[in-house]
Design a protein around this ligand. Structure first.
Ligand SMILES: [Fe+2]
Length: 580
């Protein structure tokens, strides 16, 4: 009998990844989809975690049959998240795991790091055997930026930078008035990227990126609040806001302002340590950026993350060359598709790969892959097709939808052309934050007001956030220009829109977050697009602000409570069923 190997990651964006040694099959169960709570964090939802985990364990049993866990590893970032956590908060699941394991339940993997998880999640899903991996996020276990080479499954030259590019991006997002209602801080970066498109390069954006750089260089990774304060101070200086009421020692206000390259240490001299004595929330609320300043700051933060990523590439160019010019970007910042695109543009000889789940939802997969590879149980080259290795639907279409009819790709395309908004569900879920056709809402990208209609009828998203297009790969260059169109990427990249007939998916800065499909990569989208003959808008199928849905009951609720026009379900035999 074959065995299962599992890693459960228990921080925000918790997930459980499992591998079946017999069939070499991976499954990635993202807890947020099962819990219907975005960025699900077990330590915040201790009452729910047992039910969520137990549902996942049942899905594993459904997916693999009754098998035993050879290993079941729990990983958190903090000492209090250990097997004790499971024992105390997850008695039902804990008993199940014990019953289905022979060995030591929870081997110590204290050597496993957050960034190793990100890096190996990228490597195992990439087409490369030899690659250089840049991992960057707001804050990992012990560093915010790490770089490593992995060749034939052997890891070397791990380099750490004691700085955080992600933090600056995050902090600027927190300052933006337009983003003030963002419930979860983890959503702020994605929103800021949308807002940045409304900015323009100015003298101040240049000055700001210089200031961010100074602040980052002085940042000590454990002192997040201190750094936050530094940025607030920089902002105040450039902004010219509220100069009164603070310690006024050192150079004068005018002296600092006339310094064309603002230095944080100058700012500190002016401001003393006054900021440290203030409650950060109060300070922060007084300093919301608005209107043009806001978009300038957003633009500068975007420019900064792009420049810093380019710095990292430049700094490691000889190692990237040694890795056959293969570069993997991972960690939450790798969701910044604009920065990724900059690397491809500046270094056309480098082949860039970004996994669909560079965020923390991919950590369990990466840690599992790393462990299996290092124990010689698995060769990374034997792994493919993890893009749709997520959870199956939790419930049954027929039980939820009793009233439906069979349809065809041609009829669906006709409906889309007529402006209908259709939710599509098929097969297992895509992994990562972007819907890639298995849990998607589709509509016509050519209609001028489609974005507004979609927002007012179904999605209720913020006005500044773009919607993404999907098209057939061979057709892409009719509408888009991007260096990624020649590479491995099928999503997670940005293209310039070269025509004006797809307004619903063209961001204000003329870019689009394109997904391309082939007949092999996504037969359903391919068939619908072939009949449709153009570009579709593709957004995640979810309740407003919720994770991508994972049950038909949620699909029905959205159909009943919004102006979504239909739910389309394609079963494993390829039969199209639609309910309106
Ligand atoms: Fe991370």
């Amino acid at each position: 009998m074959s065995n299962l190997y599992a890693v459960l990651y228990l921080e925000h964006d918790a997930s459980l990844s499992v591998w079946d040694s017999d069939t070499n099959t991976f499954r990635i169960y993202e807890a947020e989809r099962i819990a219907n709570i975005k960025h699900f964090m077990p330590r915040r939802h201790t009452k729910l975690i047992d039910d969520v985990l137990y549902k996942i364990l049942n899905m594993i049993q459904k997916d693999f049959g009754v098998k035993r866990f050879q290993e079941f590893i729990i990983k958190g970032n903090f000492a209090d998240v250990t097997s004790d956590f499971l024992e105390n908060h997850c008695s039902k699941s804990y008993d199940y795991i014990k019953e289905h394991s022979d060995l030591v339940l929870f081997p110590d993997i204290s050597e496993a790091h957050h960034h190793s998880g990100h890096a190996w999640a990228g490597y195992i899903q990439s087409p490369y055997t030899n690659a250089f991996v840049i991992t960057y996020d707001v804050k990992g276990d012990d560093s915010s930026i790490t770089c490593r080479s992995i060749q034939d499954d052997v890891e070397s030259t791990i380099k750490k930078y004691n700085q955080s590019i992600g933090l600056i991006y995050n902090i600027v997002g927190r300052m933006c008035y337009t983003l003030r209602h963002t419930n979860n801080i983890l959503d702020i970066a994605g929103k800021l990227m949308g807002l940045a498109g409304y900015g323009q390069p100015t003298q101040r954006t240049h000055l700001l990126t210089e200031t961010f750089r100074d602040a980052e260089q002085q940042h000590i990774s454990d002192d997040t609040m201190g750094w936050f304060t530094e940025i607030l101070m920089a902002m105040e200086t450039i902004h010219g806001a509220h100069p009164e009421g603070f310690l006024d020692t050192g150079p004068s206000w005018d002296e600092v302002k006339s310094d064309n390259k603002l230095k944080i240490h100058n700012l500190r001299k002016v401001r003393g340590h006054a900021y440290n004595e203030f409650d950060s929330d109060t300070r922060y609320n007084r300093f919301f950026l608005k209107d043009q300043e806001e978009t300038e700051w957003a633009y500068a933060a975007q420019l900064y993350i792009e420049q810093r990523l380019l710095d990292l590439v430049k700094d490691n160019l000889s190692d990237i060359r040694a890795a056959d010019n293969n570069l993997i970007l991972s960690g939450g910042c790798a969701l910044n598709v604009l920065a990724n695109e900059r690397v491809k543009k500046e270094y056309p000889e480098i082949s860039v790969y970004v996994p669909p789940n560079p965020h923390d939802g991919g950590i369990s997969l990466g840690l599992l892959a790393e462990r299996l590879v290092k124990q010689n149980l698995l060769k990374s080259q034997s792994v493919s097709g993890l893009q749709y290795a997520g959870a199956d639907m939790l419930d049954n279409f027929y039980r939820v939808f009793t009233d439906y009819s069979e349809t065809t790709p041609g009829e669906v395309a006709e409906q889309l052309r007529a402006g209908k908004i259709i939710g599509v569900i098929q097969g297992r879920s895509e992994v990562g934050p972007r819907a890639l056709g298995n849990r998607s809402i589709l509509c016509n990208a050519e209609l001028a007001n489609m974005k507004d209609i979609l927002n007012s009828k179904v999605k209720h998203r913020e006005w500044y956030r773009p919607f993404a297009p999907v098209c057939r790969r061979p057709d892409a260059d009719q509408w888009f220009s991007s260096s990624s169109l020649n590479g491995y990427e099928t999503m997670s990249f940005v293209a310039d829109v070269i025509r004006d007939d797809i307004p619903a998916v063209t961001h204000v800065d003329g870019t689009a977050r394109l997904q391309t499909v082939t007949e092999e990569s996504h037969k359903v989208l391919w068939d619908i697009l072939t009949e449709f003959g153009g570009v579709l808008l593709n957004t995640s199928f979810n309740d407003n602000g919720k994770p991508i849905l994972n049950d038909f009951a949620t699909a029905k609720r959205i159909l009943d409570n919004t102006e979504l026009d239909a739910v389309l379900w394609i079963d494993s035999d390829g039969v199209y069923r639609i309910t309106v």
